[in-house]
Ligand binder design. Structure first.
Ligand SMILES: Nc1nc2c(ncn2[C@@H]2O[C@H](COP(=O)(O)OP(=O)(O)OP(=O)(O)O)[C@@H](O)[C@H]2O)c(=O)[nH]1
Length: 515
């Protein structure tokens, strides 16, 4: 192999090492054993890659991933058989229609053909959910609103519980949770009629029965979305897994060929050495010039033969190597592309899951992560940390009088205002509905009163205009500071209590630990 080819092999190995390091992140968390082996693999590949050790590690990893795939397959088969018995139970129920009965029969026969792959089974779960929902929708009700089929005691009790009015607070909490859940889907697909209707119902307030219906619509929507996402992600990971196996085979072959080339060279070298020393001996012992000439000629011819033979073999091996390298390069390029697309998608997904789609500020998931960091920092350093809870006053009346679009716009404007007035190190999130939460690291409560008062005044003076009418919008604030044995929850509760004192005292004001 010439210097240029060696250089290219080295470059490919380094490129391969980089891709494998990046790829290995996708498997992180599959199991502790996989994680451990991935760590070893990364250590072999980082800095100056050691491909020989890495190939051993990749082999082990490959076995582990295959075992993992087997246990996943078993779990999937178990789950499918549980799903099968649930659907059989539904089929035996007296109260389902004949149409639904034949549909469950069709579903059961399609389940028996299931391959056992998690991703291909996911749509079956969704179908089962739809069948159950249809059965629930069709279920005949007696005058108490209870089902007339032969229920077990537990089922009858659950049904009973559903016919009781649920606690008002719980109802409000479920409504708020559903509002939060539906928002990203609604923002992505505003023209979807069913989505807009469900969202409107959630914002206007709904009965217990309507709330249950909304839950079902949302569950269906989310399952569909998860199935789609899981399908896409599964395909990507599957594809990457296949590429890694193929590259692993190429690497092993490359190593084998390089090793055999090395051994052949050594053998050839040894042969030449022997021939040269034999020739040396003949020269030493010979006293006849003509004989010496002919013997030397014979040796030279032998050496010539052995060199050309070696060159032939070398050429063949090199051609094989070049083919392998070309293969590897193709696989690497396609893997790079796939991982880059996947990484981009993951980043997008992460930022979407942490952002409120309406106001484009962090949401409650982001808040939960950030408050945990700030709280841990406060425990460690005791640097002052404050929290404010902000709630728009009489927001329901904006929705009622001017419509939800006006309510949405108000939330967007207020979020923008709040964000614009805060320091870069402060953290603002939409807690839910018309409520926001702000974290003030490294800030004393007494120093926050004036700036918050300024924000409150600014909000009050914002020139809102709906249906040609100027509208004044105000907000109430509850402010608390972390102290003594406080936890995240205790500080939030205190800020929330202050907020409600502010509401009870006439709204549009700030109440704090110092009030
Ligand atoms: N337009 C719109 N309205 C929302 C959104 N999220 C929550 N809401 C509405 O915000 C309103 C909050 O009303 P309430 O909790 O009764 O409080 P309020 O009217 O602000 O009254 P006080 O807080 O007591 O001043 C409800 O009508 C919700 O439907 C949203 O994303 N968009």
């Amino acid at each position: 192999m010439d210097k240029k080819q060696l250089e290219s092999l080295k470059q490919h190995n380094e490129q391969l090492a980089q891709v494998i390091i990046r790829l290995s992140n996708f498997y992180e968390g599959a199991s502790t054993e996989v994680d451990k082996e991935l760590k070893t693999l990364r250590s072999h590949l980082s800095g100056k890659p050691n491909i020989t050790l890495a190939a051993v590690s990749i082999g082990k990893l490959n076995n582990l991933l295959m075992q993992n795939a087997q246990s996943l397959k078993k779990q999937t088969t178990d789950t499918i058989s549980r799903l099968e018995s649930a659907i059989k139970r539904l089929q035996r129920s007296d109260s389902i229609t004949s149409e639904l009965k034949s549909e469950t029969a069709r579903f059961l026969s399609s389940l028996s053909m299931q391959s056992g792959s998690l991703f291909s089974s996911l749509p079956q779960f969704e179908r089962a959910l739809i069948l159950y929902q249809q059965a629930l929708d069709n279920e005949p009700k007696n005058t108490n609103g209870q089902s007339t089929n032969g229920q077990t005691v537990a089922e009858a009790q659950t049904q009973d519980a559903l016919s009781q009015p649920i606690d008002e607070r719980l109802h409000a909490n479920i409504t708020a949770e559903l509002q939060g859940l539906i928002e990203p889907y609604y923002q992505k697909n505003k023209s979807d009629k069913q989505l807009s209707e469900v969202r409107k119902k959630l914002l206007d307030g709904l009965t217990q029965h309507e709330l249950l219906e909304c839950c079902l619509v949302l569950i269906r929507l989310i399952v569909k979305d998860v199935v789609r996402e899981a399908g896409v992600n599964g395909q990507v990971i599957d594809g990457l897994h296949r590429s890694i196996i193929s590259i692993n085979q190429d690497v092993s072959q490359t190593i084998e060929i390089t090793q055999s080339q090395f051994e052949n060279k050594a053998k050839h070298h040894q042969n030449l050495q022997t021939q040269i020393s034999d020739m040396g001996e003949v020269v030493n012992q010979s006293d006849d010039l003509d004989k010496l000439k002919s013997e030397a000629q014979q040796y030279l011819e032998k050496m010539q033969d052995s060199i050309s033979q070696h060159q032939e073999a070398d050429k063949e091996e090199e051609e094989k190597l070049i083919l392998l390298l070309q293969n590897m390069q193709r696989e690497l390029t396609s893997m790079e592309k796939k991982t880059q697309q996947y990484r981009k998608k993951l980043l997008e997904q992460r930022s979407q899951t942490h952002m409120d789609p309406l106001t484009k500020i962090p949401n409650r998931i982001a808040y939960n992560e950030r408050i945990e960091q700030e709280y841990q920092r406060w425990l460690r350093t005791k640097a002052p940390l404050c929290m404010a809870v902000v709630d728009i006053d009489h927001f329901k009346s904006i929705n009622d009088k001017y419509g939800h679009a006006a309510g949405d716009k108000t939330l967007q404007v207020i979020a923008k205002q709040l964000k614009g007035k805060l320091r870069k190190t402060d953290f603002l999130a939409r807690w839910g509905g018309e409520e926001f939460v702000i974290l003030f690291p490294d800030s004393e409560l007494k120093d926050l009163l004036a700036p918050l008062e300024e924000i409150r005044k600014k909000m009050e003076s914002l020139p809102f205009k709906f249906k040609q009418e100027p509208v004044t919008i105000t907000a109430s604030f509850g402010l608390a500071k972390f102290a003594n044995e406080d936890t995240v929850e205790s500080v939030f509760d205190r800020a929330d209590k202050h907020l409600y004192s502010a509401k009870n005292n006439g709204r549009n004001q700030i109440v704090s630990d110092q009030s």
